[in-house]
Design a protein around this ligand. Structure first.
Ligand SMILES: N[C@@H](CCC(=O)N[C@@H](CS)C(=O)NCC(=O)O)C(=O)O
Length: 206
């Protein structure tokens, strides 16, 4: 059985949804960020990065959302969560997820985690002020150039969809004007029509 370490409201939601969509046998293990459980010696022994998600598999522990999502898609081919037989399409999907991981998520992190990049209090305030603009720019590009519809990659639902959905749930908190993102917002709604998505969202709330 797989074990997914997560915390509510985090990027781990994407992997959680993908496991559910894949019909995987898994257990979701919640970490309490308020008590900094992600930095406890017990968790650092599992994931020395001190972050979620971490997926414990029979082969070892996987971290980094794009890697976990690609693993799930390949480990459960019957779930059809990726174009497994097409190297170019698979790479396009990875390009989308890499953009979310390395650009959009990192822009968002400047709101709460400024200490990763600076020491001055004034820098943190500046980082925070920039978030609506930097996260907004990432999503504007997705809205304008990257999102195909009705799913991220077009007609087929892929592992890009739970990831976009997850980062999309942060938009209002990041003070991004969501009225400028009609496709992204319609996608967010469309995702909630999927039983697996609703199940995981409810489970993370409980
Ligand atoms: N690049 C990683 C980022 C993981 C990450 O930063 N996770 C956040 C939650 S969204 C976290 O665990 N933060 C805890 C901390 O910084 O202490 C991924 O995509 O999986």
């Amino acid at each position: 059985m797989y074990k997914l370490y997560y915390a509510p409201g985090t990027c781990a939601l994407a992997s959680h949804i993908a496991l559910e969509e894949a019909g995987a046998d898994y257990k979701a293990v919640r970490l309490d960020f308020k008590s900094n459980q992600q930095s406890s010696p017990e968790y650092l022994a599992i994931n020395p990065k001190g972050r979620v998600p971490a997926l414990v598999t029979e082969h070892g522990v996987l971290t980094e959302t794009p890697a976990i999502l690609a693993f799930i898609a390949q480990a459960f081919p019957q779930a059809k969560l990726a174009p497994l037989g097409d190297a170019f399409k698979f790479a396009e999907m990875q390009a989308f997820n890499s953009y979310l991981c390395s650009t959009v998520h990192v822009a968002h992190a400047h709101k709460m985690r400024g200490h990763r990049w600076a020491t001055e209090e004034s820098s943190f305030a500046d980082f925070k002020r920039m978030v609506p603009k930097s996260v907004g720019a990432g999503f504007a590009l997705i809205e304008r150039n990257m999102f195909r519809g009705p799913w991220v990659m077009g007609e087929a639902y892929t592992i890009c969809d739970p990831y976009l959905y997850t980062l999309g749930t942060w938009l209002e908190g990041d003070s991004v004007d969501v009225s400028t993102l009609p496709k992204v917002m319609a996608h967010r709604k469309r995702m909630l029509e999927r039983p697996a998505v609703r199940k995981v969202v409810e489970a993370e709330k409980a």
